[in-house]
Design a protein around this ligand. Structure first.
Ligand SMILES: CSCCC(=O)C(=O)COP(=O)(O)O
Ligand code: ZN
Length: 203
């Protein structure tokens, strides 16, 4: 199996798992996985497709600028520039973006603060935060319709090889060293958001 085929399979399996959680409502969401470093090339979901379905046209190979490596009648995700920013600034290998009700409500509740912090919650260990007083701080940025503008705002929060950024009333983008890590971070974030919303209901 070539690297391209194995990365395709890895991303397709992640897509199926996220679909099983119903995290691709209304064609939302996009996923990417790095295939090569020199030249930088990565697979990204085709724009506007139903990501709950598995088809041979699900992913497109793009370069560091997000342009197609081979001609296609499909377009790369409208949000490819966010994935480009991650691979430009880090050595991470996979980036995932989903819209969920929980991440949208949290982004609205905490958007004016520009971040949401979690401390003393076991699942922040997914981010490598193991000390008693460690804080997981997830930035929340405004949602700009102009994607290059959104990508610029997003870029300033890409500070490490793994991370997460909430886009207000839009969704979350996470990245990690490979598909396993990126999915782990995404699941941890969604757990923490649901936990926080549950706390709001009883307080
Ligand atoms: C209908 S969802 C609006 C676009 C979006 O935010 C998204 O995540 C999906 O866009 P894509 O071009 O990647 O399909
Ligand atoms: Zn989106």
């Amino acid at each position: 199996m070539t690297t391209l085929q194995s990365k395709w399979e890895e991303l397709a399996d992640i897509k199926d798992e996220l679909a099983a959680r119903d995290w691709f409502m209304g064609t939302s969401g996009n996923l990417a996985i790095k295939v090569s470093n020199e030249p930088l090339q990565f697979l990204v979901t085709a724009s506007g497709k139903d990501k709950k379905k598995r088809t041979p046209e699900d992913f497109l190979l793009v370069n560091a600028s997000g342009d197609l490596v081979e001609e296609s009648n499909l377009k790369p995700s409208a949000e490819t520039l966010l994935h480009c920013a991650i691979y430009e600034k880090t050595s991470s290998g996979c980036s995932l973006h989903v819209h969920t009700v929980a991440n949208n409500v949290i982004s609205e509740l905490y958007g004016d603060k520009g971040k949401i912090d979690f401390q003393g919650q076991e699942l922040i260990k997914a981010f490598g935060l193991w000390e008693e007083d460690d804080i997981l701080s997830i930035p929340i940025i405004p949602n700009y319709a102009h994607i290059p503008h959104l990508a610029e705002a997003f870029k300033s929060h890409i500070l490490a090889d793994k991370g997460a950024v909430l886009i207000r009333n839009h969704g979350i983008t996470v990245w990690g060293k490979d598909g396993f890590e990126a999915k782990k971070l995404l699941e941890a974030c969604e757990f923490l958001f649901q936990y926080q919303l549950a706390l709001h209901q009883i307080k």
